[in-house]
Design a protein around this ligand. Structure first.
Ligand SMILES: [Zn+2]
Length: 382
């Protein structure tokens, strides 16, 4: 979807968001290119750029002149122009990162916290946010993004049994988060947050249709189609952990047998013991079945393997590509492999959580493509 500006006064805050988003996605970019891209006059763009520069949100640079004339200044986002906080809750810990507009993690806090009740968890989140805030009190703090294990609203399927976040059903997470932080607040599943990070800081800058397979204690996933998460009616489309892959297999907490995440997940690896290599050899046929199902259902350009698992483990799994077998993805005209390892690395979830807030406050569509919920209407840029 192309971004278009509105050439009236009423559209000014919206135009600011569109100009900023264009620079964020396409920078370094000159004023004239921005104007022709979004359908505003160069004069309007220049006025907005001046305001954004005054607010410290942009940096401009010029290429070395070749021949006569000065090349136009090209604009990029100033990484230090603002920060957002990403928070992740898992059944074992709560962690938070202060992330700048360039996507760099500048401070990190982690609290060991085993299966906290919501009240304790939000008190801990308040403490983490306060601490991260104090690292750079003068900065513009855009907001906070919180990610939790998915899927939402189906407790028996939200994780393999022993690691479920109990007592969280029906809790208004967004409201609690906003109360405890006083910041524009956004929530998402860990899977979608990692996929969002990949969109801004990984392969998503080159690909627009990919399935992001989230390798964590459980196994999740989400299809990103033309840069947006494919949701399904209740927001859980693509959550693949309970795909039945082994007929009459192990009994799962969801009540069915042979679910994928009983075989392919960090929890499964730990439960089985033994070496990683041996484990990958063991589960390769099950993993291949899952990849073939994903390809046949969604027809993605590729399956991106990410999450919180160590990159070397993901690389080992990705190396089984040759034995995936036949499915829609086995095309002779492919330009990318059927499986790629995400570029985001293990910090992708926290960076993605912070990006939720950045998108929610800065992007013209309020970041709706990814954030599941926006309990506050972000204030327009002043
Ligand atoms: Zn299951």
């Amino acid at each position: 979807m192309a971004l278009r500006g509105a050439n009236q006064d009423v559209g000014r805050p919206f135009n600011r968001r569109i100009v900023l988003e264009t620079i964020r996605l396409d920078g370094p970019i000159a004023r004239m290119e921005i104007a022709s891209k979004i359908g505003l006059t160069v004069q309007t763009v220049s006025t907005i750029v001046r305001e954004l520069e005054r607010d410290g949100l942009l940096v401009s640079s010029r290429a070395t002149p070749v021949g006569r004339g000065v090349p136009p200044a090209r604009l990029t986002i100033n990484p230090a122009g603002g920060h957002a906080i990403g928070i992740q809750i898992t059944p074992r810990e709560i962690s938070g990162s202060l992330v700048n507009l360039g996507g760099e993690i500048v401070a990190h806090r982690r609290l060991e916290a085993v299966r906290l009740e919501p009240d304790q968890a939000f008190a801990a989140i308040g403490e983490i946010v306060g601490d991260l805030r104090s690292r750079d009190p003068a900065t513009w703090l855009l907001g906070v993004g919180l990610v939790v294990p998915g899927p939402f609203g189906v407790e028996s399927m939200s994780f393999t049994g022993s690691t479920t976040l109990a007592g969280w059903a029906g809790v208004d997470i967004g409201k609690h988060l906003q109360n405890v932080t006083g910041l524009p607040s956004f929530i998402e599943t860990d899977t979608a947050a990692a996929a969002l990070d990949e969109q801004f800081h990984g392969y998503g800058t080159e690909l627009e249709d990919y399935y992001y397979l989230f390798f964590g204690y459980g196994l999740g996933g989400t299809m990103v189609h033309r840069g947006e998460v494919l949701r399904g009616h209740w927001g859980n489309a693509g959550e693949i952990g309970h795909l039945p892959v082994v007929p009459d297999g192990e009994l799962c907490s969801c009540g069915n047998r042979g679910c994928l995440e009983l075989y392919v997940s960090l929890e499964a690896l730990q439960r089985r013991g033994g070496g990683e290599e041996e484990w990958v050899d063991d589960v390769a046929p099950v993993f291949a079945r899952a990849v073939r199902s994903i390809e046949n259902l969604f027809d993605p350009q590729t399956v991106i393997l990410g999450g919180i698992a160590p990159p070397r483990l993901l690389a080992r799994l990705a190396a089984t590509t040759a034995s995936l077998g036949n499915a829609l993805g086995a095309r002779s005209d492919r330009t990318v492999p059927r499986i790629l390892v995400a570029r985001g690395g293990p910090n992708s979830v926290l960076r993605g959580a912070a990006t939720l807030a950045v998108n929610g406050v800065l992007a013209p569509n309020g970041g709706r493509a990814f954030s599941k919920m926006q309990p506050v209407r972000p204030e327009e840029l002043q």
